[in-house]
Ligand binder design. Structure first.
Ligand code: SAM
Length: 292
């Protein structure tokens, strides 16, 4: 990210979610009713306009619309399952303009911790304040993953309970972090959360980052975000994503690719394509030697 600027790519994901929220219910993929607050381009008014806008973006960058909307859908399902199982802390790493907390209607007493780059977080808080929105259930934790500060310490300072399991969403971030900072954040996270915690993260294929992908739309997006000052710098493969999680103490439980998400959530007539260059990993924090 350009120093001091809020994340442009966080705006981009909010734009897709805001357009999707206008789509008729039987074709909508997510339904983020607050995403429109964070867009810099006015959102479409009718479902037809929204579909037109989303499909145009999808033709240029196939697979992205599906990934952005459906990773979030999957995450919200995971949060619901975790809360049903008794988990009461949700941790978002690189939260951006995520509105899960605002839309959450599950059990009482669930606390959300939103960690993000200070510049993006400040922009989000300003927008929410201007809209008169906000919830006591959310604690904002400013942190730059590429700086030396410890995630564990930052969470401690904001009242996170390290002994109680949580569910973690780390979406749309790993590919923006240098490999070393990404591995360090995995290790930091493992140190910060209790055994039994669940983690969902997504990754970009190495082939997009090194320019050899056969998906032209993905390469075009890589060029676009680089021009905006947020280049993809860290690619993984399904195997290296699982290995990276495991090395930090998270055991992979499920791995999905974009076509899996579209099959699961896209309905009979998905409005977006399923180009296959990104994946999701759900993993569980295992007991380590020092935890036992
Ligand atoms: C593509 S956005 C994704 C936001 C949100 N998770 C979503 O799915 O819409 C990337 C997010 O990563 C955050 N980010 C990027 N680099 C970061 C860093 N070095 N430290 C902390 N956050 C960072 C940005 O501020 C932004 O919120």
């Amino acid at each position: 990210m350009r120093s001091g600027d809020s994340s442009e790519t966080a705006h981009l994901t909010a734009r897709a979610r805001a357009a999707d929220a206008v789509v008729v219910p039987d074709r909508r993929l997510l339904g983020d009713t607050y995403a429109h607050l964070f867009v810099t381009v006015p959102p479409p008014v009718t479902s037809e306009e929204a579909l037109d806008r989303l499909q145009r973006l999808d033709r240029a960058h196939g697979g992205f619309i599906a990934e952005i909307l459906l990773r979030q859908r999957y995450f919200e399902d995971l949060v619901a399952l975790a809360v049903d199982a008794g988990i009461r802390q949700v941790l978002l790493l690189g939260a951006g303009y995520d509105t899960t907390a605002l839309r959450f209607t599950g059990a009482e007493g669930v606390r959300f911790f939103e960690v993000d780059h200070p510049a993006t977080q400040a922009a989000k808080l300003q927008t929410l304040a201007a809209a008169g929105l906000g919830t006591d259930a959310v604690t904002s934790v400013p942190l730059d993953f590429t700086a030396d500060a410890s995630l564990r310490d930052a969470l401690t300072a904001h009242g996170f309970d390290h002994a109680a399991p949580c569910v973690v969403g780390w979406l749309g971030v790993t590919f923006f972090l240098p490999a070393q900072a990404c591995r360090a954040t995995f290790a930091d996270l493992a140190d910060a959360v209790a055994p039994g915690s669940l983690l969902l993260f997504d990754y970009m294929d190495e082939s997009v980052v090194n320019g050899t992908s056969r998906y032209e739309g993905a390469l075009a997006m890589a060029r676009q975000v680089a021009e905006q000052g947020e280049p993809y710098v860290n690619g993984l493969t399904p195997q290296s994503a699982a290995d990276t999680a495991r090395a930090a103490g998270f055991e992979p439980l499920e791995q999905l690719r974009v076509p899996d998400l579209v099959r699961r959530y896209g309905g009979d007539e998905p409005y977006c394509s399923d180009d296959d260059f990104m994946g999701l990993v759900t993993a569980r924090r295992e007991l380590s030697g020092s935890d036992q």
